[in-house]
Design a binder for this molecule. Structure first.
Ligand code: ADP
Ligand code: MG
Length: 246
């Protein structure tokens, strides 16, 4: 059984069919790219998978269980995390404290006055920071970090929830080219080392084709191509509709 199986998913806004009859599968230890021009329906797809939006029709099966109608919090508890939309970042707190807060929330730990929060999950927080190569900046305030480093902290916060599936909608938006490759490369490593499944969107096609195991191409809500990077890159429809436009 696939970790994630999406079947005939649909979502319209008024007359606009944002996601039209979309079906695909994603396995643990797999990095899947979802690409397509602006307005293709990528973000809508992420919103449907994370519970931010309710589908008009279709099923979203997580290890066979239909999560399509669950609220975001329940989907998160089942192990589906979404990066880079993390409201719980406290800019005056340190990098480590932010990750500790995420761990406290995950474990629903009681924050006792008798025990300073700084002691809770400190070791776990440092382990996660090492995974995202931020251990040396653990004591810095989040508010002073470079943008690319902030993204790494957000990734550590997402990992604090022990996700099985990580959804990354344009994780590298606003980043310089070399930092983009580095962040996606980091996600790639987490897929390999943790057996995580990742669904991501990225504008830089070289980064997409270099990191993804498989690529899905959306156009006007519909899947127009799917396969390994080499096959998708050669697909004439993809070249016409998408890659030629870049
Ligand atoms: P992408 O992320 O691929 O750029 P989106 O999923 O954001 O595409 O948008 C897909 C289509 O759905 C677009 O035509 C967009 O205008 C429309 N759309 C997205 N969200 C809404 C919304 N909340 N209300 C109305 N239309 C929307
Ligand atoms: Mg989008």
């Amino acid at each position: 059984m696939s970790l994630l199986e999406v079947r005939n998913l649909r979502k319209s806004f008024g007359g606009v069919s944002a996601v039209a009859d979309l079906s695909f599968e994603l396995n643990s230890g797999e990095m899947l790219a979802l690409i397509g021009p602006n307005g293709a329906g990528k973000s809508t797809c992420f919103d449907l998978l994370s519970g931010q939006l309710r589908a008009d029709a279709g099923r979203v099966l997580l290890e066979g269980r239909d999560i399509a109608t669950l609220p975001p919090q329940s989907i998160w508890q089942l192990g589906v995390a979404r990066t880079f939309q993390v409201p719980a970042i406290f800019s005056s707190m340190t990098v480590r404290e932010n990750v500790q807060m995420a761990l406290i929330s995950r474990h629903r730990a009681v924050w006792r006055f008798s025990r300073p929060a700084s002691a809770l999950f400190r070791g776990e927080a440092d382990t996660l920071l090492a995974e995202v190569e931020m251990a040396r900046q653990a004591e810095r305030a989040v508010g002073v970090l470079a943008y690319g480093d902030l993204k790494r902290v957000e990734l550590a916060i997402a990992l604090a929830g022990s996700p099985r599936l990580l959804l990354m909608d344009e994780p590298t938006a606003g980043m310089a080219a070399d930092a983009r490759g580095a962040l996606i490369g980091l996600a790639r490593r987490l897929v390999r080392e943790r057996g995580l499944a990742v669904l991501f969107t990225e504008h830089d096609m070289e980064v997409v084709f270099g990191a993804a195991d498989r690529v899905l191409v959306l156009d006007r809500g519909a899947l127009i191509a799917a396969g390994d990077p080499a096959a998708v890159r050669e697909n004439q429809r993809v070249r016409d509709i998408y890659l030629g436009v870049e």
